[in-house]
Design a protein around this ligand. Structure first.
Ligand code: 5GP
Ligand code: ZN
Length: 144
């Protein structure tokens, strides 16, 4: 269930202190040490799963079900919060640095605060055949 070498498992066990804002039998939510924006909070399952690909449906239901109420509490904690990005990085290339799955709740204040996400629009480079090829490849790999 927990991994002795994992920093977030150590936080779950209390071996490393954290500023916990919520916990129950399934998740722990605590302030991210980096505080990308004020109130930046991490939600982690209380079992060692490395990334989103390792979730089964039950764990996903349990963890995802808890995120909205934690997000609402973070938002309500400061009237200056006007939005929130919820980010889940999977793999080094996707900026994951701790390999115990976690969801970043990043409160947003202005369009010029300390958080940025860039989605390039590549739609000009895609025709119908290319979209269909991508669609088919993903559908062919969908679990029942
Ligand atoms: P990732 O880059 O894997 O998506 O996010 C890992 C996050 O964990 C980073 O934002 C980093 O600031 C945070 N973090 C790493 N070590 C600790 C720690 O010991 N305590 C807390 N509270 N956050 C940590
Ligand atoms: Zn862990």
């Amino acid at each position: 269930m927990l991994d002795d070498d994992c920093i977030f498992c150590k936080i779950i066990k209390g071996d490393i202190p954290s500023y916990t804002v919520y916990e129950d039998d399934v998740v722990k939510a605590f302030l991210d040490i980096s505080q990308g924006t004020p109130g930046h909070t991490l939600v982690i399952p209380k079992t060692h799963v490395p990334d989103i690909f390792a979730y089964d449906e039950t764990l996903a239901e349990q963890v995802f079900a808890r995120i909205p109420k934690i997000a609402r509490a973070v938002r309500a904690s400061n009237p200056a919060i006007t939005g929130m990005n919820i980010v889940n990085n999977n793999g080094t290339v996707a900026y994951q640095s701790v390999f115990h799955s976690h969801f970043h709740l990043v409160p947003r204040y202005t369009d010029d605060d300390d958080f940025k996400m860039i989605f390039k629009d590549n739609s000009d480079n895609y025709d119908d055949a290319q979209y269909q090829k991508l669609q088919a490849a993903i559908k062919a790999n969908m679990e029942a």
